[in-house]
Write a protein that binds this ligand. Structure first.
Ligand code: NDP
Length: 279
C-alpha cells in the first residue's frame, strides 16, 4: 500500500518549485493533496503534472488563494475538509524574498518590504498552524515547515528581512514542536540551500539572470562544495521523510539542512549577487 494512503496533506506554495515537487510525490505516494498558490495558471500546471502521473482527480483539491490573507487560509482549510474530511499533514512551504521595487538593498529596504516579507515567510505560517491545529490534534498529524540556510548564523546584508523571517521561523518550529507534541502533533523543518526553482523569478530576476546565478553557484566550490544547484525533489524528498511518522517519529523540532555543503563553507558571501546575475 502507498505510504500516505488515506492521509490528507495541505502544501502551501505548491503552484511552483519545491511545493509542486512535494505535491507530486505525496500524491504519487497515495495522499489526498490540497495544492495552492496565487497564480492560477501555474497552479493548473501543478494539477496537470499530478494528473498526468496517474493520480485520480478525486485525490486532488486545487485552490487559488493568497496564504497571507485570512480568507485565503480559511478557504484552504474549509475546502480540504469539505473534500477529504480530515487533515493529517500541513506543509508550510510558501515563501519568498520579496523584492524592493526601488531596487534598494540592506538597511535602505523599505518597511513595506519588511512587512510583506514577514507576512509570507512567518506570519502566514503562524496563522495556518493555528487554524490547522485542531484538525491535526484529531489525527495526531505532522507539520513540516520550509526554512532556509539564510536563517544564520552568517549575516545576510542583501536579504536581511528574508533572513530574519527564516531565523524567526526556525525558533517558531522549535517552540511549537514542544507545545504541540503533547497533542501528538510532530513539527519539523527543512532548510534548503540554493535550489533551482521560481524563487529568483519571484525576486524579479529574469530567466537568463536566474540561470546565470545558478550556474555561477554550481561552478564555485566556495558556494556549493557539491558543485551542483539543488533540484526541487532534493527538498521534497526530505519533506516527505519528515511527514512520514514511520520513518522519522523520533525527530522533534529539528531542521534538516540540504545545501550541497554550502553552510560548511559559506564562501559565496564574498561574491556580489548582481555581478553573478550579469545585472
Ligand atoms: P518558488 O518561487 O518556485 O515557489 C514559491 C511558492 O510560494 C509558489 O508556489 C508561490 O505561489 C507561493 N507563494 C508565494 N507567495 C505566496 C502568497 N502570498 N500566497 C500564496 N502562495 C504564495 O520558490 P521555492 O520553491 O524555491 O520556495 C519554496 C520555499 O523554499 C520557500 O519557503 C523558500 O523561502 C524556501 N527556500 C528556497 C530556496 C531556493 O533556493 N529556491 C532556498 C531556501 C529556502 P504563487 O506565486 O502562485 O502565489
Amino acid at each position: 500500500m502507498p505510504r500516505f494512503s488515506g492521509k490528507t496533506v495541505i502544501i502551501t506554495g505548491s503552484s511552483n518549485g519545491i511545493g509542486r515537487s512535494a505535491a507530486l510525490l505525496f500524491a504519487q505516494d497515495g495522499a489526498n493533496v490540497t495544492i495552492t498558490g496565487r497564480n492560477a495558471e501555474r497552479l493548473e500546471e501543478t494539477r496537470h503534472l499530478i494528473l498526468k502521473s496517474g493520480v485520480s482527480e478525486s485525490h486532488l483539491n486545487s485552490v487559488v488563494a493568497d496564504v497571507t490573507t485570512s480568507d485565503g487560509q480559511d478557504l484552504l482549510v474549509k475546502s480540504t475538509l469539505d473534500k477529504f474530511g480530515k487533515i493529517h499533514i500541513l506543509v508550510n512551504n510558501a515563501g519568498a524574498a520579496v523584492p524592493d521595487a526601488t531596487g534598494a538593498t540592506g538597511t535602505d529596504q523599505s518597511i513595506d518590504v519588511y512587512h510583506k516579507t514577514l507576512q509570507i515567510n512567518l506570519q502566514a505560517v503562524i496563522e495556518m498552524t493555528k487554524k490547522v491545529k485542531p484538525h491535526l490534534m484529531e489525527t495526531k498529524g505532522e507539520i513540516v515547515n520550509v526554512s532556509s540556510i539564510v536563517a544564520g548564523p552568517q549575516a545576510q546584508p542583501d536579504f536581511m528581512y528574508y533572513a530574519i523571517a527564516k531565523a524567526a521561523l526556525d525558533q517558531y518550529t522549535r517552540s511549537i514542536a514542544i507545545d504541540l507534541i503533547q497533542y501528538g502533533i510532530r513539527v519539523n523543518s527543512v532548510s534548503p540551500g540554493v535550489v533551482a526553482t521560481g524563487f529568483t523569478n519571484a525576486m524579479g530576476m529574469p530567466d537568463q539572470a536566474s540561470q546565470k546565478f545558478y550556474n555561477f553557484m554550481a561552478a564555485h566550490k566556495e558556494c556549493i562544495p557539491a558543485l551542483v544547484a539543488g533540484q526541487p525533489e532534493d527538498i521534497a524528498n526530505i519533506i516527505l521523510f519528515l511527514a512520514d511518522r514511520k520513518l522519522s517519529s523520533y525527530i522533534i523540532g529539528q531542521s534538516i539542512v540540504a545545501d550541497g555543503g554550502s553552510t560548511l563553507v559559506m564562501g559565496c558571501q564574498v561574491h556580489d549577487i548582481k555581478q553573478m546575475m550579469g545585472l
